[in-house]
Design a protein around this ligand. Structure first.
Ligand code: BES
Ligand code: ZN
Ligand code: ZN
Length: 446
């Protein structure tokens, strides 16, 4: 087998000192170590001899992530000497950049450029993070006709099998019997039965973390129907469920010493004669009444019942992930998830961890004064706010009503979808903040 081709990460100075033999070629190729640029250097016979990559200020996860799909097929190695943590990041980026979604393509993606495993990296971590990210992407990108509540259940069941976890599913009319009225109400108009998926794993005596996911497999808006453009991407409205399943897979694969519970509210927000109507009044699992100001604010309804159940066991931490509001995207754009948290130390830790891992999230306030915007003249609360500003905050305040006061809680409101391709992050379904959440649990809870 041919020797692996070395990849060197260089700035202008290193290019001069370490690669003097390549000066003329680099000049002819307009490469001087610019960030984001790559130079393929041939030997005297014209064969590729090495790859030079512009050195960013700090080596982040994405430094080499564009290469698997742009370099000629073959085997490469890291030529530069790097710390174990940088090499781990770069190798992870390479793996994340090697993803393709080709389930529906007759012609599958051919072999890509391959990177030899660098020395001293945390390979277990990279493998777990890669596999979990691929799972999340696959689940979200798969269209709704092949990704309903039943397929989310199937996914959770296969995770339970693989990691010897316990799983219980409450579906259809049983949701009413078992007192999950709002999950039932949102999902009842679909031919695909709504359900609550409940997975448990780990040591019952260890610190308890409960993950809750919004699994709206398609959000038509319900009777308050979305516009065609608003509805187009709504196969991704189960992104929160996908992300908590991915996070759970990472936790179980690595074997974090925690007591894990995952609750996924899996429904389809459909339109039919029996659909939830505007101004219907529901009684929540908690017992409070909710007036449905808008059937398109369905995510908070299904999450409310799941969060109340999560709270009942008083875990050490509750994390919910949800493609909850367009407003969070207006505030932060599609590539930066918003998070809300009722605990200051956890807030700072998650902010920092996200930045450290190139998996950033940004915190928005649980601004109490807006709580009255959710008042209803006829019920205990409305599911939409009276004004149209601050929609991600009022949605978070709605959810907070279903968290028992002193339980630390993180709510992630995110896009779950790359609208554009960036190195290592192809257009399509995406985990966002998952690696940061994993690290937070590992460092602060486990
Ligand atoms: N799934 C949507 C939120 C969404 C839309 C997330 C686009 C990301 C991109 C959610 O169920 C929804 O429709 N929310 C409404 C709430 C409104 C009716 C108060 C929204 O954000 O417009
Ligand atoms: Zn909606
Ligand atoms: Zn939704």
């Amino acid at each position: 087998m041919a020797d692996a081709i070395a990849i060197y990460i260089v700035n202008a100075e290193e290019l001069q000192t370490d690669h003097p033999d390549s000066t003329a070629w680099c000049q002819a190729s307009c490469f001087s170590g610019q960030v984001g640029k790559t130079c393929l250097v041939p030997d005297a016979t014209g064969k590729l001899s090495k790859v030079l990559v512009g050195r960013p200020d700090s080596l982040d996860t994405w430094t080499l992530a564009g290469l698997p799909k742009t370099l000629p097929t073959g085997t490469y190695r890291l030529g530069s000497t790097l710390s174990a943590s940088s090499a781990t990041k770069l190798y992870l980026g390479w793996q994340l950049g090697s993803y393709s979604f080709d389930r529906y393509k007759l012609t599958k993606t051919g072999p890509l450029a391959n990177l030899e495993i660098p020395d001293n990296i945390d390979l277990t971590y990279v493998k777990a993070a890669t596999e979990a990210t691929y799972l999340v992407r696959d689940l979200i990108t798969t269209p709704s006709n092949n990704m309903g509540p039943d397929q989310l259940e199937e996914t959770a069941r296969s995770l339970a099998d693989r990691y010897d976890a316990k799983i219980q599913v409450i579906a259809g009319g049983d949701l009413v019997i078992e007192n999950y009225p709002m999950i039932y109400a949102v999902g009842k108009a679909s031919t695909r039965a709504p359900r609550l998926i409940d997975l448990r794993w780990g040591n019952p005596d260890a610190p308890k973390v409960t993950l809750v996911g919004k699994g709206v497999c398609f959000d038509s808006g319900g009777l308050d129907v979305k516009s065609a453009t608003g509805m187009r991407l709504m196969k991704k409205d189960m992104g929160g469920a996908a992300q908590v399943l991915g996070l759970a897979q990472m936790i179980m694969e690595i074997g974090l010493p925690i007591n894990l519970r995952v609750l996924v509210a899996a429904v389809e927000n459909s339109i039919a004669g029996n659909a939830l109507r505007p101004l219907d009044i529901l009684t929540s699992r908690k017992g409070t009444t909710i007036e449905v100001g808008n059937t398109d604010a369905e995510g908070r309804l299904v999450l409310a019942d799941a969060l109340w159940e999560a709270s009942s066991e008083e875990p050490d931490l509750i994390i919910d992930c949800a493609t909850l509001t367009g407003a969070a995207r207006v505030a932060l754009g599609t590539e930066l998830p918003a998070f809300f948290c009722n605990h200051n130390e956890i807030t700072s830790a998650l902010l920092k961890t996200g930045l450290d891992l190139d998996d950033p999230l940004w915190n928005l306030p649980l601004h109490d004064a807006y709580r009255t915007m959710l008042d209803s003249p006829v019920a205990d609360m409305n599911n939409i706010a009276s004004g149209s500003y601050g929609g991600s905050i009022t949605a978070a305040l709605f959810l907070q009503e279903f968290i028992q006061a002193d339980i630390p809680w993180i709510h992630v409101d995110f896009m779950a979808y790359n609208l554009r391709s960036l190195p290592g992050r192809p257009e399509g379904g995406e985990a966002m903040g998952m690696r940061a959440l994993f690290e937070l649990i590992k460092k602060h809870i486990a």
